[in-house]
Design a protein around this ligand. Structure first.
Ligand SMILES: Cc1ncc(COP(=O)(O)O)c(C=O)c1O
Length: 473
């Protein structure tokens, strides 16, 4: 059925004031700006002159003249009998932008570490689970429900996390989140509400964590990381109320928290009645031996466990989970309710079905073998092309940290790499207060097949050499 375009009045948020500028010029200015800034997009429909005049309580003639002026300038397209529209190619596109845009240029070799190989996302299996979820969901399930998430997923996660990560996970204490980042914010706000003031973060670590914690009202303090993982002497010295750490595979150094430190940390948490937030972001990938179990399994009362589907399936799912200590459960549930009243429930049912069918296990078995080959290819290529570089950390996860020579300049290397369309991250991205550790690159290998990795490393080595040449006086 066709819709008569001119029959429906269109609302436009536009205000004019009677004062020293004419009403017509005010309308013109507002519309010009909205079109230039993109609030009104190319092709958008506008109110008819009659409707806009009525909406603003002004004479139609004023609007007719303003529209005609804008049409003459190329902003609007006016045709007899048709609804006025923003021009398909508005005048703004023809003018030089105020800030010249760098043309979007795709990396030839993308070593940025955040994304898994999403080209292997198990689309057919996910679609089957999603179809199952949509067809089975009851009318009651289509309401808001428990902000912690649907019980089917909380139970499936409890089973999975207990089996694969040694997490002590009662479904009652599982909270489904929209990714780890949201989960961290929820726990931080719950901690702040319970009177916590200071939170320790690893240095280096993901820079967003400090922002999330600070926005929740906590004061972030830094604790160092060495070959044994988080430095406990720093934890004791800063005496925080809470601590965020990545014990299975420190982000970004790749070290694993030693057994002795785990025990000492848990003893400290109990003595101080503090809470650790365990970011278990990529623990499913360990290539040389079985992954060590989650810290949370050793003390579920003092460790909040946080996980995510972003590294195992795809960041776009925005699915994460918390296993919350009893003392924080009510507050975290309340924060989740205030944040968004719960994560998308149909996707939760789909993920529960996906887990229960063993699809995640199957996908991970495939991906582990693939990522392991890619990691090996990266390490070998680095040994060939940059023999002075040192690959650090455990054979795990989706990225390696590569220490360079003292004096190498991370920024200059990144700039040289970018000019060759090679994208990388450097330790400086994770180290806000640049401590005196050696220069290092953080290289993700998940997204490229082995031949591409080898070619990319050769380009990267060229970039390192070029940066060194530029540095020599
Ligand atoms: C250290 C770390 N934790 C967690 C995540 C996952 O975050 P989210 O679940 O919000 O995508 C990432 C993603 O890159 C990460 O680097």
């Amino acid at each position: 059925m066709g819709i008569n375009e001119t029959s429906q009045p269109i609302e436009l948020l536009l205000a004019v004031r009677r004062g020293n500028r004419t009403l017509g010029s005010q309308i013109e200015d507002r519309l010009r700006r909205a079109i230039r800034e993109g609030t009104l997009r190319p092709g958008s429909r506008l109110p008819s002159t009659r409707d806009l005049a009525r909406q603003l309580g002004i004479s139609r003639r004023v609007v007719v003249d303003a529209y005609a002026q804008l049409a003459a300038e190329g902003y609007l397209s006016l045709r007899q009998g048709a609804r006025p529209r923003v021009s398909p190619t508005p005048a703004s596109a023809l003018q030089a932008p105020v800030v010249p845009e760098v043309p979007a240029c795709r990396a030839r070799f993308d070593f940025r570490p955040s994304t898994p190989d999403v080209s292997t996302f198990p689309r057919a299996a996910w679609l089957r689970s999603l179809r199952e979820a949509v067809s089975r969901v009851t009318d009651a399930d289509l309401g808001y429900g428990d902000p912690r998430g649907v019980i089917a997923l909380r139970s499936a996660l409890a089973e999975y996390l207990g089996r694969v990560r040694g997490v002590v996970a009662d479904p009652e204490r599982v909270v489904v989140t929209s990714g780890y980042t949201q989960g961290l914010g929820l726990v931080c706000r719950a901690l702040a509400a319970a009177g916590a003031r200071r939170i320790a973060l690893e240095d280096p670590s993901n820079p967003d964590d400090a922002i999330v914690a600070a926005r929740a009202g906590l004061e972030p303090v830094r604790v160092g990381v060495d070959a044994g993982g988080t430095r406990l002497d720093d934890v004791m010295r800063t005496d925080p109320d809470a601590l965020v750490l990545t014990p299975a595979h420190q982000q970004p150094t790749g070290v694993v928290l030693t057994g002795e430190r785990r025990e000492a940390l848990l003893a400290w948490l109990r003595g101080r009645n503090a809470v650790a937030i365990e970011d278990d972001y990529d623990a499913e990938y360990r290539y040389d031996r079985a992954a060590i179990g989650a810290l949370q399994g050793l003390d579920p009362d003092h460790v909040a466990y946080a996980g995510s589907a972003s590294k195992t399936l795809a960041p776009a799912l925005r699915l994460g989970w918390l296993v919350v200590p009893p003392s924080l459960l009510q507050a975290v549930t309340h924060e989740k309710l205030l944040a968004d009243r719960g994560t998308a429930r149909i996707e939760q049912y789909a993920f529960a079905d996906f887990l229960n069918r063993g699809e995640l296990d199957r996908h991970l078995r495939r991906m582990r073998a693939r990522y392991r080959r890619r990691r090996d290819a990266l390490v070998e290529a680095l040994a060939d092309a940059l023999p002075e570089a040192r690959v650090c950390g455990a054979a795990a996860g989706l990225q390696v940290t590569v220490e360079l020579r003292d004096g190498d300049d991370e920024r200059a290397i990144r700039a040289q790499a970018r000019s060759r369309r090679v994208e990388i991250e450097t330790m400086g991205d994770f180290r806000p207060a640049a401590a005196g550790s050696p220069p290092a690159l953080v290289l993700g290998y998940a997204q490229m097949p082995e031949p591409t990795i080898r070619a990319g490393v050769r380009e990267l080595a060229e970039a390192v050499h070029a940066a060194r040449r530029d540095q020599t006086p």
